[in-house]
Each structure stands twice: as C-alpha cells, then as structure tokens.
Design a protein around this ligand. Sequence first.
Ligand SMILES: C[S@@+](CC[C@H](N)C(=O)[O-])C[C@H]1O[C@@H](n2cnc3c(N)ncnc32)[C@H](O)[C@@H]1O
Length: 356
Amino acid sequence: MPNRWRRLDYRGESLDRQSLQSPQGVYRQQARHVPVLLQEAIRYLGISPSSAVQGSTIVDATLGLGGHSEAIVRLLGPKGHLIAFDRDPAAMELASAKLEALRAELNDQMPRVTLHAADFGSIAEHVAPASVDGILADVGVSSMQLDTAERGFSFQADGPLDMRMDTRSGPTAEQVVNQAGEEELANLIYEFGEERRSRRIARAIVRARPLSTTAQLANVVAAAAQTMKHERIHPATRVFQALRIYVNRELEQIEALLQAAPGLLKPGGRLVVISFHSLEDRLVKDAMRAGASDGTWQVLTKKPVQGVEAEIEQNPRARSAKLRAAEREPVSSVEGLEVAGGMKRKQQKKFLNLKV
Ligand SMILES: C[S@@+](CC[C@H](N)C(=O)[O-])C[C@H]1O[C@@H](n2cnc3c(N)ncnc32)[C@H](O)[C@@H]1O
C-alpha cells in the first residue's frame, strides 16, 4: 500500500501515522470489530438456539466484517442457511476468511453459507420468494472502509477521493466533484448532506477544481463554510456524507431492499434494519408504517432501538445507530406497496444522469 497518505485531524492537519492503512492494520481492526446492536439484532430477528431445529434461513444484507453473521451462524446450526451480501470485494474477502475459520471451528454444526458479492438492492434476483425467515441490514459504511485512507471515505486521513463501496464499478467521488455542474453539486450537498450552506460550498468547490484528495476537499469546504456557533461537527462532514450517499446510490439501494423484503420473507419472517442517519432511518420508518397500514408489516419497534451507554462507550459508531424491526404479516398483497420517500429516489435518478 502506498505510504503517501497522511493521517489528519479534523482540521486537515497531520497527525502521527497509524498503520490502519496497512493490511495488518485492517486485520487488527477486524480483531477488535464490535458489531453494532448485536444482541438487539439477534433478538428482533427471532433466532435462538431452538431455530437450529427448524433450519432457519437468514439473510445478512450487509456482511461487512462478518460480525453479525458470525453470531447468526453460531445460532443457526447445521440445518440453517445464511445468505450474505456485500458489494465491497475487500469486505467480502475478509468476511469469507472469517467464515471459513468458523467452519473449521464449528465443524458439523456449521450451517450452509451462500455469499453474494452484489448490491442488496438486487436481493430479489438472488433469493427465492417467501423463502427466508429473517433479513438483517446494517446499512452504511463499515469502520474498515472509513478507516482505510485509500478508500477516500473520510477526511480524518488524507486519501484519494474515491468513496465507492464497490470498487469494481461506478463513478468515484473525484469524478463527481470535478465534473458535476455547480447547481447539481449544490443540490446534491443539500439533499444528501442536509447542508444549508450548500450553494456557497458548491461555488467554492467549483472554483478550486480540480480536487483529487479528501484533505483538499475538506480544506475547501472548511474555508467556504463559516463555522456556525455551537457547531460540533467539522463542516466537511455533511459534504462527505452527501457524496458518499450519491456515489453509492445508498438511498436507492435501501428503497429497493425495503420494497423486495416483504416478498422474500415467509409469513412471520422478520426484517431488521440498523441505520445511521436520518435520511436512511426515515425511509425505513416510512416503509414500515406504510406496510403496517396495508397489512404487510407488523411493526415490532414503536420507537427505534438505540445503543445503551455501555455499548456506545465501547463502540462510538453505536451512538447514532437506530434499529427498526417488523414482522411479515401472514396475508397481504405485496404488489403495489408504495415505499415512502419515492421523491428522493426520483431526485437521485436525476442526479445520476450526470456525465461522470
Ligand atoms: C456497517 S457495515 C456492516 C457491518 C457488519 N454488520 C458487521 O458486523 O461486520 C456495512 C457493509 O455493508 C456493505 N454495503 C453497504 N451498502 C450495500 C449495498 N447496497 N449492497 C451490498 N452491500 C452494501 C458495505 O460495503 C459494508 O461492508
């Protein structure tokens, strides 16, 4: 791995180098990987040692480093089946190695495992209708992706402006930042970053182009956005969020999953979604509410479940995590289920016509 990326503090200044960018760093991080809301996710999925008898089939739509999947595999038993998705080839490789090690440990207690290096938005192409007992999605980026400077997700460490979860395809953040029109950039930052200073920031980005690194972008944004009183986050946080959501079509993907899930679950099957910001959580909440009123879902979480203080202390990523769960009602017509938030999808489609 190239050594040219410096680690930065949130103002973009150099900190001492950490080895997280090295493969050893990634493995070390994997060793201390703590899945978010693990107990709650397992409880709402409704899997327990007794589900081993029934041979449950569970989908982990976001395998990541395999933290949730490991716990699921341990509970499923030999008659069970884990089907896991991840669009990031690096995550897939690390998680496969973890699952192989688990196979060696569990031996004849290991359930069947099927891995798909694919978007969870395409889940209906890989999973048969009414065939699964539970679907878990722990959406967004993983700590491994955030902490690997070369992936370009974070301005905490300087790296190339990439931000693709699936490094095999799609435009990079660099292409979007350098090729989008000023108005499109401003709309994107406003829509997906909920950033009120979007126009000023977009103007500054266009003037400073070409930009190729996360530090360059963070510095341009910090200079353009007058920091507001009591603002606790770095001004570039929302811009990075917006670009990441856009580059990875994140909201579109969540909508596709929410739309497909009722058709894939058996009656009584559970959908559990962990999200990390309001745009994601709103889609989940609205889809579950709409499904509750048309007889598709029974919502199991009146309010989103959040991490307790102890978990947040151990795992800062848990601070903004929200878990929502719903159970597939026995009878209903899935067809025509309108997922709320369609407006955002249309807008995102419009943006996705950018020539990048
Ligand atoms: C928050 S991490 C999941 C962590 C995992 N639950 C664990 O315990 O290790 C999210 C993972 O989902 C993947 N991901 C995000 N959106 C995806 C999508 N639309 N399709 C497939 N994988 C996706 C990311 O590449 C990342 O590896």
